[in-house]
Design a protein around this ligand. Structure first.
Ligand code: SAM
Ligand code: SF4
Length: 351
């Protein structure tokens, strides 16, 4: 007798996953067998910084407010991922998530879903809000910091805010976020002479610094391969001063990690360009205006906001999510001539 999947279910979710037939969560699996576990939600495309590797100094066009998903819409989509597909990690990002008004209200709603809730932020306002974010249910926080030099900081972010970001990192630690991590984008000729200084900063505070290879998602299009400082070079520079051993089993996490042999913690590198980790990718993304993306570098998106606003039920939304995941590609092609930059830039996608 021929098997037919019930309406709204793909083969992965009915034939191979009996628990979904019993009403439980079932894995959302892409064509390459990767299970989706991590949802990144951009809560705004706006930002109070203008980092040179991300945004132009002037002229960003913001989404009209009515186009940005409401908290109720975000919560509904998140709930579908958690309840239907067993997604257990959600990261809020942007743009700068902390510029979204009443962010703690959203955090409380998402935290109630019982997931590991994290956020990436530039940290500029954390000094004032870290405790409230923690109390609302945010578990983990990554703060972006590319330099410890005030003038360079101003050149890179186009804002004189280093003192506030440093205070924000301290506030995050005091508020009890565990772990607090620091994200450092390395751009050759801009801040690659500070790799050891940034590693030292992390060691002194018990914070994992994660160096990020510069990616071709900057709004001004000045990315070229020569500006990428690769993982091997970053690790070699650190290891010259602080001997390291690699931590095995990265799993689906984007960062490769190393342990300082003197016991002063760990350091990570996200090697998107020189050692792509697409084969282990468990991530999908939702943009601030409700476009669903299965890769940071995807050139296609699926509109979930339209569905939500046209009165579609959860089954219809799930069907669109599954159709998109069913098309997730094997990986980006940054290092190949066929690579096409996505039309959107980092802050418009949600890094
Ligand atoms: N505004 C927040 C922040 O900066 O942390 C969250 C959004 S930001 C787009 C997320 C992360 O992407 C940050 O750590 C930022 O440094 C990183 N990023 C932005 N543009 C990048 C690029 N072209 N290459 C690599 N990382 C980038
Ligand atoms: Fe804003 Fe983050 Fe982009 Fe910097 S990296 S401009 S802080 S969104």
């Amino acid at each position: 007798m021929a098997m037919v999947c019930p309406p709204g279910l793909t083969w992965q979710r009915c034939c191979f996953y009996p628990d979904v037939m019993a009403g439980g969560a079932a894995d959302l699996v892409d064509p390459f067998g990767r299970v989706i576990r991590d949802l990144r939600i951009s809560v705004t495309d706006r930002c109070n910084f203008r980092c040179t590797y991300c945004m132009p100094a002037e002229g960003m066009e913001w989404l009209p407010r009515g186009e940005v998903l409401t908290f109720e819409e975000i919560e509904r989509i998140a709930r579908i991922f958690v309840e239907r597909y067993g997604v257990d990690g959600i990261r809020l990002t942007g743009g700068e998530p902390t510029v979204r008004a009443h962010l703690t209200t959203l955090i409380a709603k998402l935290s109630a879903l019982g997931i590991d809730l994290a956020m990436t932020t530039n940290g500029a306002t954390l000094r004032n809000i870290a405790h409230d974010l923690r109390s609302a249910g945010l578990n983990r926080i990554n703060i972006s910091l590319d330099t410890l030099d005030p003038e360079r900081f101003e050149a890179m972010t186009r804002r004189d805010e280093l003192h506030n970001v440093l205070a924000g990192i301290d506030a995050a630690v005091e508020a009890g976020f565990d772990p607090v991590k620091v994200n450092t984008v390395v751009e050759r000729g801009v801040n690659d002479d500070e790799i050891v200084a940034m590693a030292t900063f992390g060691r002194e505070r018990g914070i994992e610094v994660r160096f990020i290879e510069f990616m071709p998602l900057d709004a001004e299009g000045h990315w070229v391969n020569d500006k990428v400082v690769g993982q091997d070079e970053i690790v070699a520079k650190i290891a010259e001063v602080f001997p390291l051993e690699q931590v095995p089993a990265r799993g689906a996490a984007p960062a490769d990690r190393w342990r300082y042999l003197d016991g002063a913690g760990t350091v990570g590198v996200i090697p998107t360009v020189t050692k792509p980790f697409c084969g282990d990718c468990d991530r999908v993304r939702l943009t601030a205006e409700g476009q669903f993306r299965t890769c940071l570098f995807a050139t296609e998106e699926s509109d979930l906001r339209d569905l939500l606003r046209s009165g579609a039920d959860d089954d219809a939304v799930a069907k669109r999510i599954e159709a998109a995941v069913g098309q997730k590609w094997a990986g980006h092609q940054i290092n190949q001539v066929t690579f096409t930059r996505p039309a959107r830039t980092m802050s418009q996608i949600g890094g």
